[in-house]
Design a binder for this molecule. Structure first.
Ligand code: FE2
Length: 246
């Protein structure tokens, strides 16, 4: 026979569990909201701090960083290649100079993130796959890394969502033609417009894992410089950026 006190405690425990689940759900939604579509200027506020309103979870948000490449091509590409002193570029300026778009999503919860799904729908990214760049898993590792580091452009956008590891995207400034290095880490999503000259390298950790998003069929054939100079997508890109064609 069940006593009244046990029933009372059981109901209390169930209610408590439901409240816990409700709070957890609210915390997850809040986390997703903060991670989603954060403008560059707002992201800067989170650079060294914790997500607001989450004193219990205290999750640190790392901000993507960009700087002018020092041009020291005699040193390993995996080095940061910062000038002395380093010339960092704000994310607003990065967009103005290269056209790249930046988003941040929590990679651990991204599949249930409504804003990530909305971004995919809005941009027509119907498909995605996953790549892992590391010596152990990528056949012909050195050869592939050479291809990635050759300055090139694509007809389509290049979209990369980093789910683990680190690396460097180098992007040519549309106006000055200077290299700008963007350090990517977990949770960063970059959209590199078609027609942007760029290259990629791993850092000294030699590991990155990323989702590659695309519309119908991926068009990732690299068009190396200078072959891409007269490509209609390059001409269009420079026009969109308000820069003169070479
Ligand atoms: Fe590329």
């Amino acid at each position: 026979m069940t006593c009244a006190r046990c029933v009372h405690y059981s109901v209390f425990a169930v209610c408590g569990r439901l409240l816990d689940l409700h709070s957890a759900g609210r915390r997850l939604k809040e986390k997703q909201r903060i991670f989603t579509s954060m403008p560059f200027s707002n992201l800067a506020q989170y650079n060294s701090g914790f997500i607001k309103g989450q004193s219990n979870t205290r999750k640190t948000v790392k901000m993507v960083r960009a700087w002018y490449h020092d041009g020291a091509d005699n040193e390993p590409r995996s080095h940061p290649h910062m000038m002395e002193p380093c010339q960092f570029i704000s994310l607003e300026d990065l967009k103005k100079k290269t056209g790249i778009e930046y988003f941040q999503f929590d990679a651990d919860t991204v599949d249930s993130n409504e804003d990530y799904q909305k971004l995919r729908e809005k941009r027509g990214y119907k498909n995605e796959d996953c790549v892992e760049l590391t010596r152990a898993k990528l056949p012909n590792y050195d050869e592939k890394m050479e291809i990635f580091y050759k300055e090139h452009l694509h007809e389509d956008e290049e979209i990369r969502f980093i789910t683990g590891g680190t690396g460097y995207f180098d992007l040519r400034s549309a106006g000055s033609d200077q290299w700008i290095r963007v350090e990517v880490t977990k949770n960063d999503l970059l959209i590199v417009p078609g027609g942007t000259y760029h290259r990629f390298t791993l850092d000294a950790n030699e590991y990155i894992k990323a989702r590659r998003l695309f519309t119908e069929l991926p068009k990732w054939t690299p068009i190396n410089r200078p072959d891409g100079d007269k490509h209609p997508m390059r001409v269009q890109y420079l026009r969109d950026m308000g820069a003169d064609a070479p």
